[in-house]
Design a protein around this ligand. Sequence first.
Ligand SMILES: [Ca+2]
Ligand SMILES: [Ca+2]
Ligand SMILES: [Ca+2]
Length: 486
Amino acid sequence: MGTIKSTWAGTPITLDDQIEDAVWAGAQDKKMAFDGGFMLAKNDAKYLYVILDVIKDTHNDPTGDYFWFTFDRNRNKAITPNYDVNYGTYPGNPNKIGRQYYKGAGRWTGLLNEEQKSECRSTFGTSPNSDTPHRIWKFRFRLTDLKVNLLWWWFSSYTKFGFRVHSKTPNLNYDTPTNFFRDFSKLHTLYFSRKPSISSSDLGPIMGSVGLIPTTKINASGRATTASNYFIHAQNAAFGGRLNVIGNRTKMDQLPGIGAKKYKVFHRKGASGGFSEFVTSWYNYKWNGSDYVLEAASADSNNFYKMPSAGVDYSIDDLLFQFNSTKLSTGIHQFKVKFYNNAGTEVGATNPEQILTMYIDNNVPEVSINSVKYKNAEVGACGIVNLQNPTDKIDIDFEAFDKEGNLLDYSLRARWGEGDSQSIVYKKYNAATTPGNWNGSHHILGSFNAQTTCAHSFNIYARARTTNGYGYIGKNSTYRYVTIIK
Ligand SMILES: [Ca+2]
Ligand SMILES: [Ca+2]
Ligand SMILES: [Ca+2]
């Protein structure tokens, strides 16, 4: 049972990139050895990038070589039929990856007929691990396909995997761990990196970021906007959920040298008045040499927090404090942090003092169906409509409204039969065309012409433009069923 720690890919890696290229920097130091060579891994918030550097396969027979790559997607160390997956190439096509579900020990469904968003590439050449040209497999696995979401920061993020690399010439076969495709109990563990390198120029001087959102990207009204190509695309977003306030890395590195041993967090509601000492507690995952284990942090009786230990690998590095924002009222909240030496004298103060402003909004948008009408007559839940004319439409009046103005999008969709659906209304916040806040509306109208006689549901959802620093959170939905006879 092996372990590999993936490192953060600051730039998305393509299958053209080589191990020697800067985008792969850091991965070679954390490679995992297997009998045939080495495995390297990096990841960002979207992809797991893997290289299998098969230094023992020194003959280039592209269509004779293949791989299997297995993931225990629910990480229960057991084969879960129709859920856990094995990736492979299409016969005779080493650069086309597909996947199949496990049916049982060493049994699969066959490659699924689906649009495949993960990618692979078979290459042959030298690498830092061997000057003799050899088989190199490269992969881009979509994290969502592996059922991994780095935005779920409160879990230690890992996956369980095993793989085979096979060469026809020379005749080689490496399964690691042995028998992995029949028994998941000894699969290797891959720990994903959640330590994106945020550009230091974007970080605030003490409180560098909230989750992945640099504090410099938060405006005076406490809402955040990041570039569309940033890890997290926030558009004038409010904050909610459990929030991680992360220290400026350079500052955090300097503080021990000037005697900082502890710190306090100060808070006030609104943008004026006195601050009071803020008390919270949290857990962070700490690397113990072979695994991430939970470690608790909290303020002492004088409301001091201990500085994070230098040189310790935490799942969330430089975490200053974490708190549950649902315990705060809706609206603007401000925070600041001060560091102290053992004697209790403040050290490392910045001028001007940094104040972090966040608009907290945990109220999800309101959604409701005001009416479903046919020829101006209300059709109640479970009602039956006989269309007099096949082109007649059903009119829906619904509400998608966020009173704080933090609406991301809303949707009205008809669903019927077995998986059939049609979008009737969809509208999304767009800061470029309508900057500022967006409430939505109490009366939104949509019309639907049924294609067939069937039970139909009219589904509404609305999502909040509220982020926890790692992605949008908070949505609301409702639906009404009616039967339409055509
Ligand atoms: Ca499983
Ligand atoms: Ca070969
Ligand atoms: Ca709201």
